[in-house]
Design a protein around this ligand. Structure first.
Ligand code: NAP
Length: 430
């Protein structure tokens, strides 16, 4: 039997404890598959005294987490703390500099600093592995980087945040509004007490940024992404989307159009029975379009102790096997700066919900604005009539230029009868 691979784990929260459990409970099968034992030798977190439900007594406890980077018995530093800056970033940087392999579940770190870290890791000849950073238990990094390596990828669509997908699903199933369902998700532990990163789309955007890089061979560029969360989506939108044959999903879209790349993360309408429309609850999914593989769909749990730790350990096993691929699929120094598409020039069909005071001439005013922007209406519903009071008007728009649609929405919002910010969403026919 070969020498064991020696692991140091930084962060013993949900994922860190999961990794300890898998490495101990499944040691035999992991050893057989890795071709050598994988041993935890050191662990670190903020507080030593916390009962974490696992026996850590045989591991070296490292008080100063940063010291794991230079621990003499550690071959692989497993970073499970989180955050794009601070302790996690310092530890990963130092570990790579000390020629230690790094495994992380930290999407924020990879999205913001992945390019520099990959350059550094590849020059040191060590791995920077991050399967768990995108879509938890779904092996999407392996699929994109290895399984689809023979393909020109045209587009990638992702439902990448389980909390948002759960909230949108519950809103549809119960007819309740966003705030109400968010509170329930927090009570059930599906949403953080500060849910901003989830509901404003930041968490999913970190993941999409990584997928864009692998799909198109470009440097991850988080700042180049248009991001919108789900907090403005209400029960009316969900009900009308269903009536029109659609589901509303917080969708990541990375697409190459005429050599330029579009990278957006926002709620979109997708057909009910489409690959993305059928993904409900806390599930994540990634759907890709490649020239030979065609249209694979991968789905599964995108978070949680077991699924996430499973992906972390798969990266550790790869390192034990001596298996290494470039961090983003091609050597980091060959990743290019993406040429980003001008979003204003993109075209799509749209869903538009307005809340307006019901009075004569309103619909004519809205139609005139749309006509001026060369936008044609596909359908319009104004069901409730309440003269003098606010009513929703829901429109679907034919394929239109994005900038024209934005201009029209801004003009409509300025009408004195418009009493709420309009809700505009793309309709994606995937
Ligand atoms: N949870 C998931 O389902 C999931 C899914 C995919 C990816 N991830 C990613 O996995 C990583 C870990 O997530 P998690 O959910 O396991 O987080 P968590 O439960 O909050 O655990 C974080 C751990 O980091 C430790 N820590 C925090 N600040 C520290 C510091 N300054 N120095 C040393 N240790 C520190 C904490 O120590 P104490 O316990 O002593 O406070 C804790 O053990 C994050 O990057 C996250 O984005 C999580």
């Amino acid at each position: 039997m070969s020498e064991p691979l020696r692991v140091g784990i930084a962060g013993l929260g949900t994922v860190g404890v999961g990794v300890v459990k898998i490495l101990t409970q499944n040691a035999d099968i992991i050893t057989a598959r890795a071709g050598r034992p994988i041993e935890i030798v050191a662990v670190s977190a903020r507080s030593k005294g916390t009962d974490r439900g696992v026996d850590l007594s045989s591991y070296d406890w490292v008080d100063n987490t940063a010291d794991l980077a230079a621990h003499e018995n550690v071959d692989v530093v497993v970073e499970l703390i989180g955050g794009s800056e601070g302790v996690a970033a310092d530890l990963v940087n130092a570990a790579i500099n000390n020629s230690r392999h790094v495994v992380t579940a930290n999407k924020a770190l990879v999205a913001h600093h992945g390019y520099d870290l990959a350059l550094q890791a590849e020059s040191k000849g060590v791995s920077l592995a991050y399967e768990a950073a995108v879509a938890g238990g779904i092996p999407i990094i392996k699929a994109m980087r290895e399984g689809f390596a023979a393909n020109n990828i045209h587009s990638v669509y992702g439902i990448l945040n389980g909390t948002c997908n759960y909230i949108l699903t519950m809103m549809r199933e119960t007819g309740r509004d966003f705030d109400d369902v968010l509170q329930e998700a927090q009570d059930l532990g599906y949403a953080e007490s500060d849910p901003t990163f989830d509901i404003e789309g930041i968490d999913a955007a970190h993941k999409l940024c990584i997928l864009t890089s692998i799909a198109f061979g470009v440097k991850p560029d988080f700042d180049a992404m248009k991001i919108q969360g789900i907090s403005h989506v209400n029960a009316t939108d969900i009900a009308y989307a269903t009536e029109f044959g659609y589901r509303i999903k917080l969708l990541g879209i990375a697409r190459r159009v005429n050599g330029k790349i579009m990278q957006i993360l926002e709620p979109c309408l997708v057909p009910i029975n489409s690959p993305m429309g059928i993904i409900d609850d806390v599930y994540n999914a990634v759907y890709a379009e490649g020239d030979f593989v065609e249209t694979p769909l991968l789905t599964g749990k995108g978070a949680g102790e077991g699924p996430t730790a499973s992906s972390v350990v798969s990266d550790i096993i790869d390192i034990a096997r001596g298996f290494k691929v470039p961090t983003f699929g091609i050597p980091a120094m060959e990743l290019s700066d993406a040429s980003w598409i001008d979003l204003g020039e993109t075209r799509a069909r749209y869903y538009l919900r307005l809340s307006v005071i019901d009075q004569p001439g309103v619909v004519a005013d809205i139609s005139a604005i749309l006509k001026e922007q060369k936008i044609s209406i596909e359908g319009m519903v104004q069901r409730a009539r309440a003269p003098g009071q606010a009513v929703p008007i829901v429109l679907t728009l034919h394929d239109s230029r994005h900038e024209n649609v934005v201009n029209a929405v801004e003009a409509i919002e300025k009408l004195s009868v418009c009493n709420e910010k309009p809700c505009l969403m793309r309709i994606e026919e995937i």
